[in-house]
Design a protein around this ligand. Structure first.
Ligand SMILES: [Zn+2]
Ligand SMILES: [Zn+2]
Length: 86
């Protein structure tokens, strides 16, 4: 249960010490789990998940939308409850 000692950032894919964050999903990945992608003038390091799929950027948005829907539903439920009390 003891950590290897020290605040070492681990790779999100294999658990080894990470070398840097993914340019798209910002997860820390090691050198073996990232691919260098040249986009225009700059070179980005993408984790293997983003390099293969490339669509994981939309999942957080879906998550956020579901969150907002849940909050809105809660507000509407409270509003209906208040209206029913009148
Ligand atoms: Zn790795
Ligand atoms: Zn990524």
């Amino acid at each position: 249960m003891t950590d290897g000692g020290g605040p070492v950032t681990r790779c999100a894919l294999c658990g080894r010490p990470a070398s840097g964050p993914c340019a798209r999903c910002r997860r820390s990945v090691c050198a073996d789990c990232c691919e260098l992608t040249s986009g225009g003038a700059a070179t980005f390091a993408l984790c293997l998940t983003c390099a293969r799929g490339g669509s994981s950027l939309r999942r957080p948005w879906l998550h956020l939308t579901l969150w907002l829907l849940a909050i809105t539903a809660g507000v509407v439920a409270v509003g209906l409850g208040l209206a029913a009390l009148r």
